[in-house]
Write a protein that binds this ligand. Structure first.
Ligand code: CP
Length: 318
């Protein structure tokens, strides 16, 4: 593994899963692997879980982690090739990324999409420029189109919770939201669960919210939420803005918010969400506060997902 920005960077999800569970059982088993190595956690956008879990993961491997909030503390960065920088941007990624590469052994980047320019967002312009210019392995802490550490933690969670000798039915269910959100978590979850191959995977959303088929090919798409939820073992609730007519909120129908009534159709499903969640908009209090809800387990598993990936990168570069 050279960089980690997508499920495509992973050869064997099953082997990765096994390693993550070993780290969960023995967090300090490789406590010297990253000794004298430094990791940069660079945030162009806000975060809580990703920042903290990756810092803990790095510490478990003996690495020193330095957090840099570019959005608050850094120079405004330019990403356009050939830009005439006479506006608000003070530093080009071509100049900033090699400096970061000199300071860090692994560079982790969080960057959100603009939701205005689909071509630019879906080309992963920003994270790809860091890969091009940093000269060290780059890890996505969520990029314009994907959130691989979240998805890996989600797979760990499903694997831990489902012990029956059959594939679970996993439903990704669109939820209402007051503002346009990225498609990253949903794209990424689809990409990982399809590649994993250990679940019957259904996506349900209102018409107009179709995701990029390059991530969802292999999933069943059902526009009828009630049908989709029938006998579900897991329901992953997530809002996303429209992909085709890019970055819009087209439907805010509150009936799509998962409630106890929706859950009656499921097979006592566990409810997932990546967090942060808007209570009583995306998910009802009654669901979030119930024992069916596994969001804290997902968030806790972010540590083992991050530790596994950092360990793979350290082993590849040692
Ligand atoms: N799920 C997730 O990535 O959370 P943060 O945005 O708080 O990092």
């Amino acid at each position: 593994m050279k960089n980690f920005i997508s499920a495509q960077d992973v050869n064997d999800i099953h082997a990765l899963l096994k390693k993550a569970l070993e780290y969960k059982a023995y967090p300090l088993k490789d406590k010297l692997l990253g000794i004298n190595k430094r990791i940069g956690l660079v945030f162009l956008n806000p975060s809580m879980r990703t920042r903290l879990s990756t810092q803990i993961a790095a510490a478990n491997l003996g690495m020193e982690a330095i957090v840099f909030n570019v959005d608050k503390d850094g120079w405004k960065m330019e990403f356009e090739d050939g830009a005439l920088m006479n506006g608000t941007s003070a530093e080009h990624v071509k100049d900033a990324a090699p400096v970061m590469g000199a300071y860090f052994d692994i560079l982790c980047i969080r960057t959100f999409p603009s939701l205005e320019n689909k071509e630019e967002d879906y080309s992963e312009q920003i994270i790809n420029q860091f890969i091009k210019y940093a000269g060290v392995p780059v890890v996505s802490l969520e990029s314009a189109t994907l959130h691989p550490l979240q998805s890996f933690a989600d797979i760990i969670t499903i694997h831990e919770l489902f012990r029956e000798p059959r594939k679970p039915k996993v439903v990704l269910s669109w939820a209402p939201h007051i503002k346009p959100l990225p498609q990253c978590v949903s794209n990424s979850f689809a990409q990982w669960i399809i590649k994993w191959g250990m679940a019957d995977f259904v996506i349900t959303h209102p018409r107009g919210y179709e995701l990029d088929s390059k991530f969802t090919a292999g999933a069943t798409i059902d526009y009828n939420q009630a049908n989709a939820l029938e006998q579900a073992d897991f329901v992953y609730v997530k809002n996303w803005s429209t992909y085709n007519d890019y970055g819009k909120v087209k439907d805010t129908n509150p009936d799509w918010m998962l409630t106890k009534d929706h859950m009656l159709k499921t097979n006592n499903a566990k409810v997932m969400h990546c967090l942060p969640v808007r209570r009583n908009v995306e998910l009802s209090d009654e669901i979030l506060d119930s024992t069916d809800c596994v969001v804290n387990q997902q968030a806790a598993n972010r540590v083992w997902a991050a530790q596994t990936i950092l360990s793979e990168l350290l082993k590849a570069t040692n």
